[in-house]
Write a protein that binds this ligand. Structure first.
Ligand SMILES: [Zn+2]
Ligand SMILES: [Zn+2]
Length: 423
C-alpha cells in the first residue's frame, strides 16, 4: 500500500514535483573535496534506492488497480511506454507485485537495499520455493528471506545472492525430498544474447538428461578429422564443438523440413539480399552480414533467401531454383560418399555449388559436391577451390598458402590410391 505509517506526509505527484524543483539544475561546488564527494555519493545511493522502492510500490499499485486491463497490456509494457528500460521494468514488476516479504521491505524503504538486490532476493526466494519437495512453511520463508537479506546488507552482489539462493534451494530439496539439482528440469534455461560486436553469446543451464543428449551429440559430431596430408585437425576442441553445433542445427532443420511439403519451411534461416546493394545482406536475427558470408550461406540448403529492392519490397522469395533436390543429394552421396575435403560422414555435409548459383552456376549434379560445414567455409573464405575433373569427380585446389604450386588433389574417397603411392 502507498500509505506509509512511519511518515506523516503522504506521497504524491506534488511531493515528487517539489523534490524535482529542489534538485533541478544544480551543480557540485567547484572545490569539492574527495571526502565531500564520497559522502554525497553515499547519500545519493540511499536516495536512489528509496526512490526505486517507491517506484516498485507504485508498480504494485498499477497492478492492484488493474490500470492496464482495458488496453490488454501488461504493467511491464506500460512501464516501458513510460520510458523505463526493459530490464528495469521487469525488476519493478517482480519486486512491486511480490507480497509477503516483510523482512525485505524494511530495508528497501529506508534505502539500504537497492532494486537490483531486492530483485535478486525475490528471484532467489522463488527459486528456493521451486526446489522444495513439499510446500514451504512461513517460518522457512522467513529464514530464507533473512539469509538473503543479510547477504545483500553485507555487500554481496545480486549474482552472489542468486548463487546463495541456489545453495539454500539444494539444502531444502535434500530435506524435503525435492529433486536433486542435477535432475530438476525446472531449473533449465538457455539464454541467447547478442554481444556488442554482433556475435551471439549462448548460455545453457541444463539437467542431466538434456545435458547427456547434448554431450553425446556434440561429442559424436566433433571428432577431429585429419587433413588431406595426414596432419592433425588444426581446429581446437572448442572450435570443433562449435562446428558440431552448426552441423546439429543443419541436421535438425533438414529432418524437420522433411515433414513439410512447402518449398520454404519455418525452420529455415531467413537471409535478405538487396538487389541493388549486395553489401546490404542481413540475417533475420543477427543483422548485417558481409557479401562473402551471404554467398556461403546461399550455397546451403536450409535457408530462405528474400531478395529485396531498394524499397525493401521482396522481389523473389524461395529456393526452388537455387537448391539441389533430394535426388541430386543422393547422387552426391553415391559419388562423393563423404566430405570431399576431409572425409566427414555424408550426414554432416552441405551441398556446395562449384560455380555459385548467383554467378549463373546450374543446379545440376556436375556443379555440386559434398562439404562439411567447416570445409565449406574453407572453400568460401580461405582460398580452397573445388573443380569438376575430367573423371566427373570433384577435385580440390589448395590455396597458395597451403601448396604454392596449387596442385589439384582428388576428392577424399578417391585418395586411397594416392596415399598408398606415398607410402
Ligand atoms: Zn570437411
Ligand atoms: Zn558452397
Amino acid at each position: 500500500m502507498i500509505d506509509d505509517t512511519t511518515h506523516s506526509a503522504e506521497l504524491s505527484a506534488e511531493l515528487f514535483a517539489g523534490l524535482i524543483a529542489q534538485l533541478d539544475d544544480r551543480t557540485f561546488r567547484a572545490d569539492i573535496t574527495s571526502r565531500e564527494a564520497f559522502a554525497a555519493m553515499q547519500q545519493l545511493i540511499v536516495l536512489r534506492n528509496m526512490l526505486d522502492h517507491y517506484a516498485a510500490t507504485l508498480t504494485g499499485e498499477f497492478d492492484r488497480l488493474k490500470m492496464t486491463a482495458p488496453q490488454g497490456r501488461s504493467v511491464r509494457q506500460l512501464l516501458i511506454t513510460m520510458g523505463i528500460a526493459l530490464a528495469v521494468a521487469g525488476r519493478l514488476v517482480r519486486v512491486g507485485t511480490t507480497t509477503g516479504i516483510d523482512g525485505l521491505r524494511t530495508h528497501t524503504v529506508d534505502g539500504a537495499i537497492s532494486l537490483d538486490h531486492a530483485d535478486a532476493i525475490v528471484l532467489g526466494l522463488g527459486h528456493i520455493k521451486s526446489r522444495a519437495g513439499e510446500p514451504v512453511t512461513p517460518e522457512q520463508r522467513r529464514d530464507h528471506t533473512r539469509a538473503l537479506v543479510s547477504q545483500a546488507l553485507s555487500g554481496m552482489s545480486p549474482a552472489e545472492i542468486g548463487k546463495h539462493a541456489r545453495q539454500l534451494g539444494n539444502l531444502l530439496a535434500d530435506d524435503t525430498g525435492g529433486a536433486p539439482a542435477a535432475e530438476d528440469r525446472s531449473l533449465n534455461s538457455v539464454t541467447l544474447a547478442t554481444t556488442s560486436d554482433g556475435r551471439l553469446d549462448v548460455r545453457a543451464d541444463l539437467d542431466v538428461s538434456v545435458g547427456e543428449k547434448l554431450c553425446t551429440t556434440i561429442e559424436s559430431l566433433s571428432a577431429p578429422t585429419p587433413r588431406p596430408d595426414g596432419s592433425h585437425d588444426p581446429r581446437t576442441v572448442r572450435q570443433r564443438q562449435a562446428d558440431a553445433l552448426e552441423t546439429l542445427l543443419e541436421a535438425a532443420a533438414r529432418g524437420l523440413a522433411d515433414d513439410t511439403v512447402s518449398t520454404t519451411s519455418r525452420y529455415d534461416v531467413l537471409l535478405t539480399l538487396n538487389a541493388e546493394q549486395p553489401d546490404r545482406s542481413a540475417l533475420q536475427h543477427m543483422g548485417p552480414v558481409t557479401d562473402q558470408l551471404a554467398t556461403t550461406l546461399t550455397c546451403d540448403a536450409q535457408l530462405t533467401v528474400a531478395i529485396l529492392d531498394d524499397e525493401q519490397a521482396p522481389l523473389q522469395l524461395g529456393r526452388r531454383k537455387r537448391l539441389f533436390t533430394n535426388a541430386q543429394r543422393k547422387a552426391f552421396i553415391l559419388r562423393d560418399e563423404c566430405c570431399v575435403k576431409c572425409g566427414a560422414p555424408a550426414s554432416r555435409t552441405q551441398s556446395h555449388h562449384l560455380k555459385h548459383w548467383a554467378d549463373g552456376g546450374p543446379t545440376d549434379v556436375d556443379n555440386g559436391c559434398l562439404l562439411c560445414t567447416s570445409c565449406h567455409h574453407d572453400v568460401h573464405d580461405r582460398g580452397w577451390d573445388v573443380v569438376m575433373g575430367f573423371d566427373r569427380h570433384p577435385w580440390l585446389i589448395p590455396p597458395a598458402t597451403v601448396d604454392p604450386k596449387r596442385r589439384p588433389q582428388p576428392a577424399y574417397n578417391r585418395r586411397t590410391l594416392h596415399l598408398d603411392d606415398a607410402a
